[in-house]
Design a protein around this ligand. Structure first.
Ligand SMILES: *Cc1c(COP(=O)(O)O)cnc(C)c1O
Length: 481
């Protein structure tokens, strides 16, 4: 039993760490925020960090490190080949997953690149619960086609289904039984990122593995967001109630052939790697790692990153450490729901996801509702979220917009970074924006790149709605920041 309850009965996520190194934050007045938004062309990727109060863009590479991680970094063993730090990391990973091999990579997409190069051929079919941006790019680059088989209702914003990241195993079994195309592997993504950090269940993984075995097809697990998924299995799946986080990890590994992950998320560090059992794929993957990532005892990571990851992965096996992210997210989801704000439910991992279609129902898909709400929230509180909707898609071949199935503004909760009062500030500003949602208008491109347009594209508001929002903020908050 790891929970701590309050005598008052109040339900609050309690930090299980104390803060010993801090970074000062700046909150600019709303007029200056408006100037920064205009200078960054309404694209929050182009903001300067110093002009942001709460950076909730992502959890990638921005999770707080522990005292033990920093200490380990100081004594890392530097060598091009044969670093002791690598062997320590390898031992921890083999122990966590009970697998034979760990192949290091510089980050998650490095793993995806070598796996796609080895396994995916022109015309192949790749079933999965849901894609991630970099995963899809590498599979498509190698000529593969993705089929998404999410369980029913997974793309509905509000649901009571505890495991919206589950793959539809019946659809998978039917597909594998009938397709005439080559299926190099099935992929299951932990904490399905683009649908709101939604977990899969252990039972779903076990059934998926059974189906894959029956058809002699590899099962690959993307474990980048495994940390939150582990905690949510423990909390939500009756069969896992008495298992430790380590036990759950072992069970996941026992029911998959290959696991890969980004340590920018899993492990409170940077880097990544592939984990698998002995077999004919090992040697071939090693060759691709050496070619693309680096020698087999660093794979593109610095020894300091590897040392931080070794300790960070050990810490990820501690329920009281990994509880903080999902509990903060659940708190945000509950509090915002109480205020009537539309959010993705149930709470998943990674962050709290606002349903931008509910926020700005009159802004058409072609004017990027989630991006518009993201710009409005920066004005409302100096908070940077990430648009996950139509702007993140590419246009159709005929130039029309491809309207995304979900139009979300993600407010990521980097692990161990924020305090509860900062989270409450965020809730407060989102609430204010919700009450003033009729002021939110659309955005249009003034410069639209052909590739990954959301990263460096430039936009402007379709009317003077941002001026009005800033004036309303001033009227409501007086001389407050
Ligand atoms: C972030 C992420 C990746 C890619 O990892 P990088 O370290 O950013 O290259 C792959 N899969 C999922 C699910 C992710 O969240």
């Amino acid at each position: 039993m790891q929970d701590i309850r309050f005598f008052s009965g109040e339900v609050l996520p309690l930090e299980r760490h104390k803060v010993r190194i801090v970074q000062k934050l700046n909150l600019l007045p709303v007029e200056e925020r408006f100037a920064c938004l205009q200078a960054s062309k309404n694209n929050l990727y182009l903001l300067k960090n110093r002009d942001i109060f709460l950076d909730m863009l992502t959890d990638s590479g921005v999770n707080a490190m522990s005292d033990r991680q920093l200490a380990a970094m100081m004594s890392a063993d530097d060598a091009y080949a044969g670093s002791e730090t690598f062997f320590e990391l390898e031992a921890v990973i083999k122990d966590i997953f009970g697998m034979d091999h760990f192949l290091p990579a510089h980050q998650g997409r490095g793993c995806e690149r070598v796996l796609a190069d080895l396994l995916v051929k022109e015309g192949d079919l790749l079933p999965m619960n849901y894609h991630f941006t970099t995963t899809r790019a590498h599979i498509v680059r190698c000529g593969g086609e993705i089929v998404e088989l999410l369980c029913e209702g997974a793309e509905e914003c509000e649901s009571t289904e505890p495991f919206k990241g589950n793959i539809d195993t019946k659809a998978l079994a039917d597909l594998l039984a009938t397709t005439t195309r080559n299926v190099p592997f099935v992929r299951l993504e932990a904490g399905a990122n683009l649908i709101g950090g939604q977990p899969f269940s252990l039972a779903n993984l076990e059934e998926t593995y059974r189906i894959c075995q029956e058809h002699k097809i590899l099962l690959v697990v993307d474990a980048s967001l495994l940390q939150d998924n582990l905690y949510l299995i423990k909390k939500r799946e009756a069969a896992a109630k008495d298992l430790t986080i380590r036990d759950i990890c072992r069970k996941i590994a026992a029911n998959s052939d290959i696991i890969y992950f980004s340590a920018r998320k899993f492990g409170f560090a940077k880097g990544g790697g592939i984990v698998l059992r002995e077999g004919p794929l090992v040697g071939k993957l090693q060759e691709l790692i050496v070619l693309n990532e680096g020698f087999l005892t660093y794979g593109g990571m610095s020894v300091r990153e590897m040392a931080a990851m070794t300790v960070g992965l050990e810490e990820s096996m501690d329920e009281s450490i990994i509880s903080q992210g999902p509990e903060y997210i659940a708190y945000m989801v509950d509090e915002l729901s109480k205020r009537g704000v539309p959010v993705v439910k149930p709470a998943g991992g990674l962050g709290c996801h606002l349903n931008a279609r509910g926020f700005a129902p009159d802004v058409p898909g072609e004017e990027y509702p989630a991006a518009a709400v993201a710009s409005a929230l920066y004005l409302a509180g100096g908070i940077r979220g990430m648009e996950r909707g139509t702007l993140s898609e590419d246009r159709l071949p005929d130039g029309r917009e491809k309207i995304a199935s979900m139009e979300l503004l993600r407010l990521a909760v980097p692990r161990r970074v924020f305090t509860l009062s900062q989270i409450r500030y965020c809730i407060d500003r989102v609430h204010w924006l919700w009450e003033n949602r009729e002021l939110i208008g659309g955005l249009r491109f003034t410069r639209e790149p052909k590739i990954l347009r959301f990263f460096i594209g430039e936009l402007e508001p379709t009317s003077d709605w941002q001026d009005k929002l800033v004036a309303k903020f001033r009227a409501d908050f007086g001389d407050s920041l």
